[in-house]
Write a protein that binds this ligand. Structure first.
Ligand SMILES: *Cc1c(COP(=O)(O)O)cnc(C)c1O
Length: 241
C-alpha cells in the first residue's frame, strides 16, 4: 500500500513538475527573454519524502518559508543519505535561527532588516563562507506584508553592501494577495524599477536576481523580469500528504 501510494505520488509530482516547467518556459519565451528563469519548488505544503520526490522529478532548488520546516527536511535527507537540493529560505528568518539555518542554504530571499543582514554576515564570516541574499521589498499597500519599504532601500544598501559575509544579488517581493493579474504586474514592474535604480546607484554590485511570482502570478512576474519564481501549490496538485 505504502509503496503503491509512493509510486502514484511520484508520477503525479513528475507530471506537475513538467507542466510547470513548460508553463514557465512559455512565459519566458512570450516575454522575449533569453536569460534563464529558475523555479524554486516551494515544499512547505508537504513532508520530506514528497519534497524528495520533487527533487527526483528534476527540481533541484527547493524553498521553505519557515526555518523549522527547512531544518526537518534537511535532516531527513541527511538521515537517508540523499544529496541535498539547493535549499532557499524564502520566508522571514529570525536572528536567533541564523546560526542553524545558514549552513543549510544556498540563498536567503527575505532579508528585511539591517540587523538581520548584520547577523547573517558575521555568522557567514565565522564559518568562512559568503551567503547570497536578496532584499525583500514591500511594494503593496497591505499592512501585514513584510519587507523594506521602497524609500528605505537606499539607506539599507548603503549600510549592508559593505558587509562582507553576504552578497546582495537582487530583490524579492510578493504581489498583494487579492490583486489579480494587472495589479500584480504593476507591482512586479515597480520591483524591477527599484532594482534598476539600485543597480544604477551601485554599478559594481551585480543585482541580477529578481525573486517574484508564485503559482497564481508567475506569468506576470516573468513578463517583468523575474529570474526566480517561487512555486508551491501548482506542484502539489492531486497530492495527499
Ligand atoms: C508559499 C509561498 C510561495 C508559494 O506560493 P504558491 O501560491 O503556493 O505557489 C512563494 N513564496 C513565499 C514567500 C511563500 O511563502
Amino acid at each position: 500500500m505504502q509503496h503503491e501510494a509512493n509510486e502514484k505520488n511520484a508520477q503525479i509530482i513528475a507530471q506537475n513538475w513538467l507542466r510547470v516547467v513548460d508553463q514557465v518556459e512559455d512565459a519566458r519565451v512570450a516575454a522575449l527573454r533569453s536569460d534563464p528563469v529558475t523555479i524554486v519548488g516551494v515544499t512547505k505544503y508537504v513532508e520530506a519524502p514528497l519534497a524528495h520526490l520533487l527533487v527526483l522529478a528534476g527540481c533541484h532548488c527547493l524553498g521553505e518559508s519557515r526555518p523549522q520546516s527547512l531544518w526537518a527536511k534537511h535532516e531527513w535527507m541527511s538521515e537517508h543519505e540523499l544529496a541535498q537540493p539547493d535549499w532557499h529560505m524564502i520566508g522571514h528568518l529570525q536572528r536567533n535561527k541564523v546560526r542553524r539555518t545558514l549552513p543549510m542554504i544556498g540563498c536567503l530571499h527575505s532579508v528585511d532588516s539591517l540587523r538581520l543582514a548584520q547577523t547573517l554576515s558575521s555568522e557567514a564570516e565565522r564559518i568562512h563562507t559568503q551567503l547570497p541574499v536578496l532584499v525583500e521589498v514591500n511594494v503593496t499597500q497591505d499592512a501585514d506584508k513584510t519587507g523594506l519599504n521602497p524609500e528605505e532601500l537606499t539607506a539599507f544598501f548603503e549600510a549592508a553592501l559593505p558587509l562582507s559575509g553576504i552578497q546582495i544579488t537582487g530583490l524579492m517581493a510578493m504581489a498583494s494577495q487579492f490583486s489579480g493579474g494587472a495589479q500584480a504586474r504593476r507591482e512586479f514592474a515597480r520591483v524591477r524599477q527599484l532594482r534598476d535604480e539600485m543597480q544604477q546607484r551601485y554599478p559594481d554590485t551585480p543585482l541580477s536576481q529578481l525573486s517574484m511570482g508564485m503559482s497564481g502570478d508567475f506569468r506576470e512576474a516573468i513578463a517583468e523580469g523575474a529570474t526566480l519564481v517561487r512555486i508551491g501549490s501548482s506542484l502539489w496538485e492531486g497530492i495527499c500528504d
